[in-house]
Design a protein around this ligand. Structure first.
Ligand SMILES: Cc1cc2nc3c(=O)[nH]c(=O)nc-3n(C[C@H](O)[C@H](O)[C@H](O)COP(=O)(O)O)c2cc1C
Length: 135
């Protein structure tokens, strides 16, 4: 069994809502980088990052955390989800750029316009949770 953690940054609250839902479903811990930037990752082997996007860029606290904690990621799986408004092909292009910039190839995006389930959570989040539980 992998021990998972969700680490996120949110400005308007959408990423927070999605991150907390994912953490609850996976039985994972969740950390908000706006509240805590020093996180001991030694007990986790799968780190799931979450961020919104402003002007094509992921949020600064996530960028900084990734930059400042490289030594903590050794031998651990990393995944990324992005809460955004751009969907379709443009959304694919956008997530590709962000995934490359952050160095996390296992990357997914949840466009706000998409279908919503309970509590306004995009339905694609449920597929993401299934994927993550297999990692
Ligand atoms: C100023 C501003 C710029 C944004 N720029 C983008 C963008 O370039 N691409 C995109 O897909 N979404 C963009 N969005 C949409 C947000 O990324 C999206 O609403 C996200 O869910 C916000 O997450 P949060 O509520 O956790 O902050 C932008 C939103 C704002 C307010």
């Amino acid at each position: 069994m992998t021990n998972k953690v969700v680490i996120y940054s949110s400005t308007l609250g959408k990423t927070r809502k999605i991150a907390n839902h994912i953490a609850k479903e996976l039985g994972a811990d969740a950390f908000d980088l706006k509240k805590q930037t020093v996180i001991d990752l030694s007990e986790y082997n799968h780190i799931i990052f979450g961020t919104g996007i402003h002007a094509g860029k992921p949020y600064r606290p996530v960028v900084d955390f990734l930059e400042n904690n490289k030594n903590q990621f050794k031998g651990k799986k990393r995944s990324l989800f992005v809460s955004c408004r751009t969907d379709g092909e443009k959304g694919e292009e956008q997530i590709k750029k962000i995934s490359e910039a952050l160095g996390i190839s296992d990357a997914f995006f949840f466009p706000g316009k998409g279908e919503k389930g309970e509590g306004g959570i995009p339905t694609s989040v449920e597929d993401f949770i299934k994927e993550m539980s297999r990692r």
